[in-house]
Write a protein that binds this ligand. Structure first.
Ligand code: BMA
Length: 315
C-alpha cells in the first residue's frame, strides 16, 4: 500500500493569495449581476492586461465582458460585454449561456475558446481578435458535452493544439488533446489520462493556457472530488506535458497547489470552488494565477514559475 506523502511546512504554500482578494465582484460590473469569476486574462503585446470576465446576470445567463488593467491587479470593466452573433445557430447552441473564456495569443492573433451551454449540453466556441478590442465569431469547434477548451500558444508539429474536457458516460471527465490545421476542424485526439488522486477522482480539466518551460508545457488544471452530501470540491493542480507530444505527462504534482479554504472560495453561488481560466508569466518569473472563487468572485494568486515546475516533480 502506498504511503501518504508528507510535505514540510515550507513547501505548503507555493501559491500565495493576493491580500486584496477578491479583485473583482458583482459591484464592479456596470449592470446588475450576480457574480464575476472564472475569467481569462492575457498581457497584450503592448503590455496591457486584458481580462475576459465571466459575468453572471440576475437571471443566471452568462456574458463575456472585457476589463482592462495596467498592472494586472485592479481591473476596470469596459462599458459593454463582447457582442455575440445574433444568429439562430448561435442562439440554439448557447441560450444566453457562454462562459469560462480562455484567451491565447498565437502568431500575433488572440483566440478565445469558451463554453457554450444549451439544451444540447455544452460545446466549445471560438472568437478571434487582432487587438483584444474587436472580437469576431469564428464558429463552434466541438460536438456536445465538451468544455474547458484551451489552445496552446504555438503550433505543435505544424498544427494548432488544444486541451479540453469531454465528459464520459459515468459523469466523470478528464483531459484530452486534439490537433487542427485551421482551428475549426479538430482530430488526432488522445486522452491525457492519469490515475486519479483523492482530490481529483471525479473530474479534471485544463485551466490556464499552457506555459512553455524547459521541462515541458506547464498546465494549471482543475481537479474535482466529491465529499459527503454530494458536495463537489474544485482544486487546482499542476503538471508538465511533453513539449513535442503534449498527450504525454512528464511529471505531475501529487498534491493540489490551491484548494478552497477562504470564505470567498468556500461560499458563494456555489461552494468550495477555485477555478482558473488564465495565468500570466511575468519577465521576473512571477506567475499571476487568476481564478474564480465559489463561482462568485474573481481572485488573484501568485507563484514562482520554478516552484510550480518543481512541484510537478516533488509534491
Ligand atoms: C464546472 C464549470 C465551471 C464552474 C465549476 C464549479 O463544471 O461549469 O464554470 O466554476 O463547474 O461550479
Amino acid at each position: 500500500m502506498s504511503q501518504p506523502i508528507i510535505y514540510p511546512k515550507t513547501k505548503e504554500n507555493i501559491v500565495v493569495r493576493y491580500e486584496g482578494n477578491p479583485i473583482l465582484t458583482k459591484d464592479d460590473v456596470p449592470v446588475a449581476a450576480k457574480g464575476v469569476y472564472n475569467s481569462g486574462c492575457i498581457k497584450t503585446a503592448e503590455g496591457q492586461y486584458v481580462m475576459l470576465c465571466r459575468v453572471e446576470t440576475p437571471s443566471m445567463k452568462q456574458m463575456i465582458w472585457p476589463a482592462d488593467s495596467v498592472q494586472g491587479i485592479k481591473f476596470k470593466l469596459r462599458p459593454e460585454p463582447i457582442k455575440m452573433p445574433d444568429t439562430d445557430e448561435f442562439k440554439e447552441y448557447t441560450t444566453g449561456m457562454y462562459y469560462d473564456p480562455r484567451v491565447t495569443q498565437i502568431d500575433g492573433i488572440y483566440y478565445v475558446v469558451f463554453a457554450c451551454h444549451s439544451g444540447h449540453s455544452c460545446r466549445l466556441g471560438l472568437l478571434e481578435s487582432p487587438d483584444m478590442k474587436e472580437f469576431k465569431w469564428r464558429g463552434f469547434i466541438s460536438e456536445t458535452d465538451n468544455r474547458n477548451g484551451v489552445l496552446f500558444p504555438e503550433k505543435i508539429n505544424g498544427l494548432y493544439c488544444r486541451l479540453d474536457r469531454p465528459n464520459t458516460g459515468d459523469g466523470k471527465g478528464y483531459m484530452w488533446l486534439s490537433y487542427s490545421p485551421d482551428l475549426i476542424h479538430w482530430g488526432q485526439s488522445k486522452a491525457v489520462a492519469f490515475s486519479q488522486d483523492e482530490w481529483g477522482w471525479k473530474k479534471n480539466g485544463p485551466g490556464a493556457v499552457p506555459i512553455r518551460t524547459e521541462k515541458g508545457w506547464l498546465v494549471i488544471y482543475h481537479a474535482v472530488n466529491v465529499q459527503c452530501a454530494a458536495q463537489y470540491v474544485y482544486h487546482l493542480g499542476v503538471m508538465l506535458l511533453d513539449i513535442h507530444d503534449p498527450s504525454k505527462i512528464v511529471a505531475r504534482a501529487k498534491a493540489p497547489i490551491l484548494s478552497p479554504t477562504t470564505d470567498y472560495e468556500l461560499s458563494g453561488l456555489t461552494y468550495a470552488v477555485v477555478f482558473t481560466c488564465g495565468a500570466i508569466v511575468e519577465s521576473d518569473g512571477e506567475v499571476k494565477i487568476y481564478y474564480g472563487g465559489a463561482d462568485t468572485v474573481q481572485c488573484l494568486a501568485t507563484a514562482r514559475i520554478e516552484d510550480l515546475v518543481d512541484a510537478c516533480f516533488n509534491r
